[in-house]
Ligand binder design. Structure first.
Ligand SMILES: Nc1ncnc2c1ncn2[C@@H]1O[C@H](COP(=O)(O)OP(=O)(O)O)[C@@H](O)[C@H]1O
Ligand SMILES: [Mg+2]
Length: 263
């Protein structure tokens, strides 16, 4: 589905992601693990070219090499993003936030126009799929963390994505809610054949749901295999020392949903 070849990201003299080559299969559910500052968010953003890569290229099924502005728009359209902090507009209803997912399809200008009845029907179906149809007209700010993240998934589904990238989608949820949201995301991606990459801190969730686990440390892939191959010794090495962590400045804010699509 997606082939990244030697993609790298540097900020000045600092390297957030060393040259990385990765092939992601259609319908696969890949979990990214690694300590804070390892480069998980950077890799996710580079896979969808939400930010320019310093080197390397991305090849996507149905698009080819993403090397023009038109192909970049096509990649954005195919890619659903789910963020750690929901990135919802809290004063707007769950339905309205879900409808914002169509911005990927249309221009930003179109996103400001009233939604068509067909789009509203589709948004309701997305909210039903994530189990919160009854809260469609509730402002997102009045929903619980788990419900808000479900709206985030519904919004991504509005795009009918072929690729789903989720950056620590359950970092702010309690273990039970986190399990439920990842189980839901996994089920949806499976049934729709969506190629998904999800960064997580919960190793148990990675083991339970991932087809493939990729671990990053200091901007490099240090493990790439099945959950069975992720041994305790790999994990100990992965999380034991994290030199990046100590010198790491505050994690930069994730791109806002609108900024991501306006870029
Ligand atoms: N916009 C940025 N400007 C400068 N450095 C950045 C920026 N984004 C990330 N970094 C650095 O790149 C490295 C990887 O960060 P990140 O991808 O956010 O890691 P993770 O998501 O695994 O916590 C860190 O050292 C981080 O400080
Ligand atoms: Mg991150």
């Amino acid at each position: 589905m997606l082939q990244a070849t030697n993609i790298a990201k540097r900020y000045g003299s600092a390297t957030a992601l060393h040259p990385t080559t990765l092939h992601l299969e259609k319908g696969s559910f890949t979990v990214l693990l690694g300590p804070s500052g390892a480069g998980k968010s950077t890799l996710l953003r580079c896979l969808a070219l939400l930010q320019p890569v310093s080197e390397g290229n991305i090849l996507v099924r149905g698009i080819g090499m993403v090397d023009t502005a038109a192909k970049l728009r096509e990649l954005r359209r195919k890619t659903g993003f789910i963020f750690q902090q929901h990135q919802l507009i809290l004063r707007e209803t769950a339905l309205r936030n879900t409808l914002n997912g169509r911005i990927g399809f249309h221009s930003l200008f179109h996103g400001l126009l009233p939604a068509s009845p067909l789009e509203v029907e589709k948004a309701y179906a997305c909210l039903a799929r994530v189990g919160i149809e009854e809260f469609a007209l509730t402002p997102a700010g009045n929903l619980s963390g788990g419900q808000q993240q479900r709206v985030g998934i519904a919004r991504a589904l509005m795009q009918q994505p072929e690729i789903m990238l989720a950056d620590e989608p359950v970092a702010s949820l309690d273990p039970q809610r986190a399990y439920e949201v990842i189980e839901l995301l996994h089920g949806i991606c499976r049934e729709r054949g969506i190629c998904s990459v999800v960064s997580l801190h919960q190793v148990d969730l990675a083991r339970k749901f991932a087809d493939r686990i990729i671990a990053l440390n200091a901007g490099r892939i240090v493990f790439d295999g099945s959950p069975d191959e992720l041994t305790e010794s790999v994990l100990t090495r992965l999380y034991a020392t994290s030199p990046v962590e100590k010198s790491k400045p505050d994690t930069p804010p994730a791109l806002s949903f609108r900024a991501a699509f306006a870029a």
